[in-house]
Design a protein around this ligand. Structure first.
Ligand code: PEP
Length: 253
């Protein structure tokens, strides 16, 4: 069975101490998890080492960076390279979050470069895609997402594509309290899997984890994750509250 993942995205929230406590609260809950279920904490750069050591003895828990730079190294003050992430033992990195696309003008092409640099360092990308409200209202969301996938991922060889995790996050549902319906999420996830299947074949498409993101909380996670093509979620706001995130983890298939 493909991996079912609850990924927390802390964004630019929590102090170091609050982050430590949140991790402790979640880990001490000792949630029973099957081998195919995984929890990933996507934390700010200064907390990566602390978070990685907090989960070091836990089988189903890992840590992700929220971003990386699209160049290898050099005079890029303030940026963090994939080599740096690898050197502190990071195994996952979120890229292409809609906030980065919008506020930092990240392009599909830059994301393709990030994907290559991450895979070169054996870090699994969690690639975010998703449409704005105007695109959804115009009914062109499938074309939009297909272009994002094609321009950032479709240069990959099959052996690399199978390491990618996709997070579908309709922008109109992120942090707005407005969740896509379970049917809307399933419909887009099925479409994404079909696009991957056309390019990379059934085995890779069937194994690909596709997460849903957009106002997931304890109360709606079960319904959303029930979609056959929905393999868990990327969760912002609700991942900052231990009881909420614990409920989301427990809702994994
Ligand atoms: C996100 O940050 O990726 C996200 C989906 O946020 P929220 O759960 O708060 O909508």
């Amino acid at each position: 069975m493909r991996k079912q993942i609850a990924a927390a995205n802390w964004k630019m929230n929590l102090t170091y101490q609050q982050g430590e406590k949140l991790l402790d609260d979640i880990l001490t809950a000792k949630i029973p998890l099957a081998p195919h279920q995984q929890v990933i904490f996507t934390v700010p750069y200064p907390y990566l080492i602390m978070a990685n050591s907090a989960v070091a003895n836990e089988n189903n828990y890992a840590v992700a960076a929220q971003n990386c730079y699209h160049k290898k190294s050099g005079a890029f003050t303030g940026e963090v390279s994939t080599e740096m992430l690898q050197s502190i033992g990071i195994k996952y990195c979120v890229i292409g979050h809609s906030e980065r696309r919008e506020y930092f003008a990240e392009s599909n092409q830059q994301l393709a470069e990030k994907i290559d640099l991450l895979l070169e360092k054996s870090i699994q990308p969690i690639f975010c895609c998703g449409e704005a409200l105007s695109i959804r209202e115009a009914g062109t969301q499938n074309n939009w997402v297909e272009t994002q996938l094609k321009e950032s991922l479709f240069h990959l060889q099959p052996g690399d594509m199978e390491k990618v995790i996709i997070a579908y996050e309709p922008i109109w549902a992120i942090g707005t309290g407005k969740t896509a319906s379970a049917a809307q999420a399933q419909e887009m996830h099925e479409f994404i899997r079909s696009i991957i299947q056309q390019k990379y074949g059934t085995a890779i498409a069937d194994n690909l984890s596709i997460l849903y993101g957009g106002s997931v909380k304890g109360a709606n996670a079960g319904e959303i994750f029930a979609g056959p093509d929905v393999d868990g979620g990327l969760v912002g706001g609700a991942s900052l509250v231990a009881e909420e995130f614990i409920a989301i983890i427990k809702a994994l298939k």
